[in-house]
Design a protein around this ligand. Structure first.
Ligand SMILES: Cc1cc2nc3c(=O)[nH]c(=O)nc-3n(C[C@H](O)[C@H](O)[C@H](O)COP(=O)(O)OP(=O)(O)OC[C@H]3O[C@@H](n4cnc5c(N)ncnc54)[C@H](O)[C@@H]3O)c2cc1C
Length: 259
């Protein structure tokens, strides 16, 4: 449909009339925090031993096979190890430092004058390519504000622990630039601003592989800003790699050695 048609159908939008719009009527969003709790609960029911708030300090191969892991609470030995530490992957797998690069992202929530126009039934999740950049927006849910982020935000990359979690006026301005022009009815007071991290590979595809030179270690970096929705299938693949060394899926596009 055109932008004009989308604006009529979804009154919170004010897209240029000739903007090309693709609507996926069954599109939506996953409540990630609740989904994580569901995954953990199911894993526990299947016998998983969950240890949260325990930092892995380092790991090393054991002569003859297997892996030793040292954490802030102790030391473990196992036949296989899965490493999936998100933006910290380069700390545990140094070969990935130049390949899986953390990038600062900022999310904003802005209060609309008429929240009903930005409720889930009135405002579809949106991926918007405009001259200001590529933005993503989500309807009001949980936090009473329209949620927005800009892919690659200010282009700030670095080591995960060095990336600033503080939010500045400039961060807010790049988000408001989009809200003010394309969703002006949501250009109200700021409700929340948060900084977090993407972990991008050069081709923006995931890394899911056994570690070259050590088949006992599985590495999963399913991010580049779009990994959460694939959590269930990535978990399936990683479990297969850890238990059988193979997957029923073709993983060539996720191999470490493609770079
Ligand atoms: C702003 C933003 C918006 C996003 N939007 C979307 C979206 O719309 N759709 C989508 O599909 N995806 C989205 N993503 C991407 C999604 O969040 C990631 O793909 C996903 O979280 C990757 O999961 P993960 O388990 O690999 O890493 P994480 O979710 O980062 O989990 C890694 C965990 O490992 C822990 N850890 C790190 N180092 C250690 C250590 N040494 N010892 C112990 N624990 C450690 C971390 O604390 C963290 O809890 C978004 C990401 C961001 C930042």
């Amino acid at each position: 449909m055109t932008g004009a048609e989308a604006n009529r159908r979804f009154p919170g939008y004010r897209l240029p009339d000739d903007h090309r719009v693709l609507l996926q009527p069954d599109g939506g969003f996953v409540l990630s925090e609740r989904a994580i709790v569901a995954h953990v609960t199911m894993a526990q029911a299947l016998g998983a031993d969950i240890r949260a708030r325990e930092t892995v300090l380092d790991w090393s191969p054991i002569a003859g096979g297997g892996v030793r892991v040292r954490t802030t609470r102790g030391s473990y030995e196992a036949g296989r190890l899965v490493l999936a530490p998100g933006a910290w992957i380069g700390d545990l797998v140094p070969a990935l430092k130049p390949i899986a690069v953390p990038e600062r992202q900022v999310l904003g929530w802005f209060q609309p004058g008429d929240p009903a126009k930005f409720a889930p039934d009135a405002f579809p999740v949106l991926n918007l390519m405009v001259e200001e950049g590529r933005y993503y927006l989500l309807p009001i849910w949980g936090v009473p504000g329209l949620k927005i982020g800009l892919y690659h935000h200010l282009g700030e990359t670095g080591a995960a622990d060095a990336i600033s979690r503080d939010v500045t006026r400039e961060d807010e301005a790049v988000l408001r630039r989009c809200i003010g022009r394309y969703f002006p009815q949501a250009d109200g007071p700021t409700m929340a601003l948060h900084a977090c991290m993407f972990t991008n590979t050069p081709d923006e595809h995931f890394i899911i592989d056994t570690l070259p030179g050590n088949a006992d270690v599985v590495v999963a970096s399913p991010c580049s800003g779009h990994g959460y929705k694939f959590a269930s299938v990535v978990g399936d693949i990683v479990a297969d790699l850890a238990t059988t060394g193979t997957s029923r899926f073709d993983l060539s596009m996720f191999r470490m050695d493609r770079f």
